[in-house]
Design a protein around this ligand. Sequence first.
Ligand code: NAD
Length: 361
Amino acid sequence: MTVDEFGPEIVFEVYDQKTGMWGVVVVDNTALGPGKGGTRFVPDITTDEVKGLARAMTWKNALADLPFGGAKSGIKGDPKSPHKEAFVRAFARKIKSIVPNLYIGGPDMNTTEKEMGIIAQEIGTRQATTGKPLEMGGLPHELGSTGFGVYHSTLVAAAHKGLDISKATVAIEGFGNVGTFTMKFLTEKGATVVAVSDSKGTIYNEKGLDYHKLMETKEKQGTVTKYADGKVLHAEDLFGLSVDVLIPGARPNVIHEKNVNSVKAKLIVEAANIPMTYDIEKQLMKKGVLIIPDFVANAGGVISSYCEWKGLSQQEMFKIVEERIVRNTKAVLERMKNHDVRAAALELAKERVRKAMEKRN
Ligand code: NAD
């Protein structure tokens, strides 16, 4: 990634002689506020990768209309190592000078509420990180903020497309944190979720799946494919089903050159990050498919982080997630040209950051 007018503003590589910990914080842009983005703990992290992720956070936070800039951080190490906690503590101590005025952390790959609690404790303020344990004033992902946001984005997009959600059929890839809550809220609103997948396969019933029974099946038997009243298909078959709304909610690049022509949905809401490339999105747009991009639809998580940082309650958080997701999805749909919501969203995010940069100068 090259440097441009937006950033990065800070590339802060740290090394701790005592533990051997190496880590990096990239603060991409702080025009809207302190850089906000998660800390990943992986053996092959590079500064370049963190730079790219920090830039993605600049757009995501700006689009969500939060007073946060974009940032990301990484600690190099084996997440199963017995030294993990020592590395996290050493990392926190090394980055103390820029937290939380320029950088605020959060959970990411292989970091959870435990590590966020440790970092906040080492730095000495609860505003150092979000995603902390409930007892430290955290609003954990388990509350379902992302799925709740995906649901609201879907409602706005369906209305835009002239789809009556109470008569619509839906397929959801993934039945984890995001997938379960998305299904819960959509079925409560009267949508018919006909297919859900997990790593073992897809369960399909054209009359609809029962959310509570599916949850029970997943909890007791470990997979949605053991659901009694449905047909078991391959996990990949979900993307070609005859449904009105398709919600990829698990893995990256699941819609690609080989299966893009089998997609029949009129509306795709990207709950997962990068479920397809922009090129594939464009192929679908050309056919009139409306795609709500990941950083618009799945921003419930970052909005919830903002609420935690502000010290708000769960109830207040859900209200704000709904308000922001509805407002932002509407805003990008109004701007959209040639069915390209992603381009409109990026344009809006850039506009907000540029405006804040001009004010700062
Ligand atoms: P999770 O680990 O809770 O659940 C993932 C689910 O995907 C599991 O049910 C798993 O069985 C399923 N899965 C794995 N392989 C699969 C396959 N080949 N086919 C179908 N299903 C498969 O994860 P999550 O938190 O729900 O996150 C899902 C996606 O949403 C990820 O792309 C994540 O980056 C993105 N996301 C999550 C949040 C959040 O707050 N949790 C926020 C923004 C974006």
